[in-house]
Structures are given as structure tokens and as C-alpha cells.
Design a protein around this ligand. Sequence first.
Ligand code: HCA
Ligand code: CU
Length: 427
Amino acid sequence: MRSNSLKTNTNTSPNDKFNATFYIESPPHFLPDTFSKKVNLLDSTLREGEQTPGVSFTQEQRLDIARKLDEFGVNMIEISPIVSPLHQQATKTLIAENLNSKIIAHLRALPQDVDVALNCDAEWVAMFLSTSDIHLKDKLRLSKEEALQRAIVAVEYAEDHGLKSRFTAEDASRTDPTYLKEVALAVKEAGAEILSLPDTLGCLHPSLMYNLVKSIKEAVPDISIDVHCHNDLGMALSNSLAGVEAGAEQIHVCINGLGERAGITSLADATMALIMLYGFKTNVKTEMLTELSHFVSQSSGIPTPVLAPIVGPNAFRHKGGTHQAAVIQSPSTYEIMSPEMVGNTRKLVYGQYSGKTGVKHLLQFLGLDLTEEEVIDITQGLKEEDIEDFEIETSGKNLLDIMSFQRTLLQEKMNRRLLQKRKRKEV
Ligand code: HCA
Ligand code: CU
């Protein structure tokens, strides 16, 4: 594995330090030789994401999510037309819209399912069939030979009907490696352009995912590989990246990491990891990531976690006094990317952890002209009084509105505090 240090792109001159759009300070930057030159993103929020227990999008939400994903710039959008007549209709409508993102119809490896995709005028189908011993025995009751035949028949059927196809070897991570190679070769010969290698149970370690993808790449060099990683051990992103390092061409993601059980790789995490860690060139609109997360959080009823990377409300929130002092001086001290780059906002949180520099910044922000002694006094006051954290937002789309609103509120609060302090001193 070659390791290069990424060129620093800081934009932190005193005047525009809060307007920086991109910065990173020397992260590890891995570009292994096997790394695919082009890494695509397939979003499965409308398929895997809708399999999240409790989630069922309305038809309007389905169409809106797909249109937003298209605007964002994912390469493929996965949806399953076999779930219900409404899903079939949504698939048909989206295909007819001729978006830049390819619509891929996800279905079982059965000719009658492929017919449903044909009825939607699909260009792409993704046919899944389990290949692991445990799934063949306990779920499908098929022999390896029968499953292989079923895969070939379905892929040939799609091919004969002019469809481009992907074959998913479900539970690939627990499939006998020799059999998996046999399946990969067979579906390739039957016409599949893409092979999806899902870690269906989220049970792989990144080095195992790397080996899995590499061994299939070596055995069947001219099939494009997708990785689809579940998060049961919190390894979805790491495993996806390991797959990419081994040569996978496409990562499956869901907005907010939705999906069965613990979900799959999140769109925001995968996008930014590819950009920040691998210097991946992309045309995606990263500034839409937070909005996409909010939209899906509203539509799914599953809120964006407070601690979610990139799009979470805490992702650019700074609280500790030393952190704030540093961020005020230069945001890149505690941020590897600017909030604007991903449509999020920076917030400084005040309370008992505040330090003098942060408080001074707050008071300047409020337009209060105080002496050094008073600044120290207020900082001390924040520590002594058991007050709840409060915050100011120092970046973001509606910055001016937020600032003037906050200013009024905070000005009152701080003025009251100052008056109290002054009174106490006079007594
Ligand atoms: C499923 C299983 C799947 C398929 C992944 C894929 C998995 O719900 O159909 O088609 O690439 O995790 O194996 O989501
Ligand atoms: Cu899955």
C-alpha cells in the first residue's frame, strides 16, 4: 500500500477564516495500486433504506428523494418494483424522468421478477440470490448447482430482453470462496456487467473484505464490483473502503445509513471519506449532504443522530475553551472540512467549559465593548453559575438572520449577567 500525504488546502487567513470552504491538515492518504480510478455511489435509500423497520415513504417522498439524489449526483438509485404496485409505479415514473442517475430495479433472480422491471421500461436490473451454504440450506432449500442454474437463467433472461444487469451474491461474505468464484464467472458469461458482493450480515473485518474483493477481481477481471456493507459491527464504512481499495468500482449507501438492522454505509460518510481520505475527484454536490439527511430524517421519522458525522448537529459544534480559542483563530485546528462544504453550520457552545478567548469572541459578536477585567469576570461567571449551555452559530446559510436573532437574545442575557456582576461588586 502506498501512502502519500495529501496537499494541505487551508483557507484560514484572518479575514476569511470563517468563510473557508475546504481544508484538511495532512490526513493519511492511501492510494493503493488496486484502487479503482473511478468510484461510483449507488444509493439504496428507496430499497434497503425502506427496509428499515418502521420506515415507509409516501409516493411523493420516494420521488422527491430520488430527484434530490439525482441533483446531488449519485451514479445509481436502487428501488424495488416488486414490493408493491406503488413501488412499481414509482420505478416507472423515475425511469421515465430520464434522470442523470441510473435507476436500477432490485428484484429476485427470477424471470417473473425481471418481467416486472421490463414493465417499468427499466434499463438496469439487480437480481439477488443467496450463495452461502447457510442461506441455500435454511432459507432457499436449494443445492449449489440449482442456485447456480437459477442465477444463470435469470441473468440470461435479462440479457435476452435487452437489460443491463447486476447479479448480487447475497451473503457473499459467508459464501464458500470457490463456489463464489464459480458463480461470478457464470453470471459474467451469462451477461452480467456488475457483481454485487454484499456483507449481508455485517460480519467482515476490513482486511477480509479486501481479500474477498481482490480474489474475485483476480478470478473475474472484467466484471465491475459493487460492495454493499451492513453495519452490524459498526464496520460498514471501513469495509466499503477496504472493498474500494481492493478495486471495487461502486459503494452502496443509504442516506443516514438506513437499512435492515443496523443499516448500511451512510451516503455522507462514504462521500466525504472518498474525498477527504483518497482525494477522490467527484462532481457530487457535497453541500447538499445535510439537507438530504434532514429530508430523509423527516420522511423516515428517524432523526439524524446528534453525533452523526458530517451531517449531525454536533459535527461542527465546539465547546471546550481551548477548542474554541483555537477554532476562532483557525477553524482547521478542529475541523477537517468546513461546514459549508457539506451544508452544515459551525456553532460555539458556551457554558462552564468556556474560556476567556471564546467569551471575548462572544462579547464582540454581541457588540458589547468590555474591558479585559469584565471579560474575565463573565468567563468566571459562566463557570460559577450552574447555567445551561447556550450557543452561537458562526457559519451557515441564514447566518445574518440567525446572528441578529441570537444577538438580541444573548445581548439581553449577557447584559443581565453584567448588571448582576456590577451590582454585586458595588455591594
Ligand atoms: C436484500 C439483501 C441485500 C442485497 C444487497 C445487494 C444484502 O435485502 O435483498 O443487492 O447488493 O444485504 O445482501 O440487501
Ligand atoms: Cu443489504
